[in-house]
Design a binder for this molecule. Structure first.
Ligand SMILES: C[S@@+](CC[C@H](N)C(=O)[O-])C[C@H]1O[C@@H](n2cnc3c(N)ncnc32)[C@H](O)[C@@H]1O
Length: 186
């Protein structure tokens, strides 16, 4: 299989997240990322996961149970823009996989304004050398508003404090997703 945005995100997370760390899955969906993060942080770490759909929480809970990893995680039925209501400690990593629930309702999707509030709140509690991974979709049902708003936001982050790297599949057709890496430097 060809490399895709998920591979870029997973490689970036693997390089930076370790056993005992605290991570946020800001868009739980069917729990693939929650499980991936939970496997890395192990029994001494912790994962907070957010979604606005009950269906996502159920699917993720089942995924974790099947893998004997339904501990050291908190699944939260609320929007990621409210992260500060639930987490008042520093984190090592936050993962966003924007868009709609795969095999779910395409009308329930992340939105530019709440996505940016959530990224801002994660940046505030991110440890130095902590990382944020963003998989951003465009075109089709998703349109361009969210991608444009996120790119505009990350482009304006202070380069002394944050390194931002944008990866795109430059020669692929049909507006492929992009991946954004953010590293907190100081
Ligand atoms: C592309 S899916 C995520 C896929 C997921 N990471 C996985 O591994 O399966 C995007 C998810 O974001 C959720 N979502 C939409 N708006 C949200 C919000 N404001 N806060 C948290 N999750 C939201 C959707 O319900 C959907 O489940």
């Amino acid at each position: 299989m060809k490399i895709n945005t998920t591979t870029l995100a997973k490689n970036f997370i693997k390089e930076n997240l370790k056993e005992g760390d605290i991570a946020i899955d800001a868009t739980m969906g069917r729990g693939n990322d929650t499980l991936f993060l939970r496997e890395i942080v192990g029994d001494n770490g912790f994962v907070y996961a957010f979604d606005i759909q009950e269906e996502a929480l159920e699917a993720t809970k089942n995924r974790l149970i099947e893998n004997n990893l339904y501990n050291n995680v908190e699944l939260i039925l609320d929007g990621h823009q409210n992260i500060d209501k639930y987490i008042n400690k520093q984190i090592d990593c936050a993962v966003f996989n924007f868009g709609y629930l795969p095999r779910g309702n395409h009308n329930i999707s992340t939105k530019a304004n709440t996505s940016i509030i959530a990224i801002e709140k994660c940046l505030k509690i991110l440890k130095v050398k902590g990382v944020i991974s963003l998989c951003v979709y465009q075109g089709g049902d998703t349109g361009f508003e969210e991608k444009d708003a996120i790119l505009d936001f990350v482009k304006n982050l202070d380069y002394n404090k944050y390194t931002v790297i944008v990866s795109e599949f430059f020669n692929r057709p049909n507006y492929p997703p992009i991946h954004i890496k953010i590293i907190k430097e100081i």
